[in-house]
Design a protein around this ligand. Structure first.
Ligand SMILES: Nc1ncnc2c1ncn2[C@@H]1O[C@H](COP(=O)(O)OP(=O)(O)OP(=O)(O)O)[C@@H](O)[C@H]1O
Length: 233
């Protein structure tokens, strides 16, 4: 990918994260430098405790770094607070979790709409949620409650919810961790198609070698550091 005149989607410089409680300190990131370009499809692998989730949380602004700088499309995320941070997250970040975190009492379409609007009075938002549910293969299930959906279907709803604000980046933390292999593969296929269709930057943390195998950008972490970034030529 040409890097000339291109602003990175994510740029981390010497990012350190130390969690401190009363008795001890836990160093989660030990000076991470990383550049991810717009439209890249990235997997992050590494042993348990190597700092993968911490890295995603810092990119999303869920956590502040102890030291270092994080820029997302040129925005210095570590300095954002309150409404500015919420606006940043809304415009730039879609997050998908291993646990789908759907609201059990709301239907599929209400779960998709809820981050942007508590009630679907806004017809455009409703239409968009319908389209997104179609895009993730859930047409006909709009009125189903999470309890009436399979794990894979619930993750599709979560994916549609993450897409509702047209985020520039999707961060997915073990999105297939609670799914069987073929259901998980379908979720990854949807993420790939979103990446290709909208050039959304996708960053997936995974323990699954099969998922990472064909990823154009593979990042390996260990002990709070990035060991290697492999880009397919
Ligand atoms: N809120 C926290 N308070 C204290 N320590 C934490 C906190 N969150 C993470 N850690 C520690 O930071 C280190 C990195 O954790 P992190 O969850 O980022 O790793 P990970 O690579 O995502 O692990 P896994 O693959 O098991 O999810 C670990 O040693 C973890 O115990």
């Amino acid at each position: 990918m040409s890097e000339i005149n291109l602003q990175p989607a994510v740029n981390l410089k010497e990012v350190v994260k130390v969690y401190a409680n009363q008795s001890e300190e836990q160093v989660a990131l030990r000076g991470v430098n990383l550049t991810i370009w717009p439209g890249e499809f990235v997997t992050i692998q590494g042993p348990s405790g190597s700092g993968k989730t911490t890295l995603l949380n810092i990119i999303a602004g869920f956590e502040k770094p102890t030291r270092g700088k994080i820029e997302v499309f040129g925005i210095d995320v570590s300095t954002l607070k309150g409404k500015k941070l919420a606006d940043f997250r809304y415009s730039y970040i879609g997050f998908v979790f291993q646990q789908f975190y759907l609201i059990p009492s709301l239907t599929a379409i209400e779960n998709v709409i809820i981050p942007v609007m508590p009630r679907h009075t806004d017809f455009d938002k409703y239409k968009k949620a319908l389209l997104l549910l179609k895009e993730v293969g859930l047409s006909g299930k709009e009125s189903s409650l999470p309890s009436e959906l399979s794990g894979g279907e619930q993750q599709r709803v979560a994916l549609a919810r993450a897409l509702m604000s047209n985020p520039r980046i999707i961060l997915a933390d073990e999105p297939t961790g609670n799914l069987d292999t073929s259901t998980g593969e379908k979720i990854i296929e949807i993420l790939k198609s979103i990446n290709e269709k909208y050039r959304t930057t996708i960053i997936i943390v995974t323990h699954n070698d099969e998922i990472a195998k064909n990823s154009p950008v593979k990042i390996f972490m260990k002990d709070g550091r990035i060991l290697e970034v492999l880009r397919n030529a």
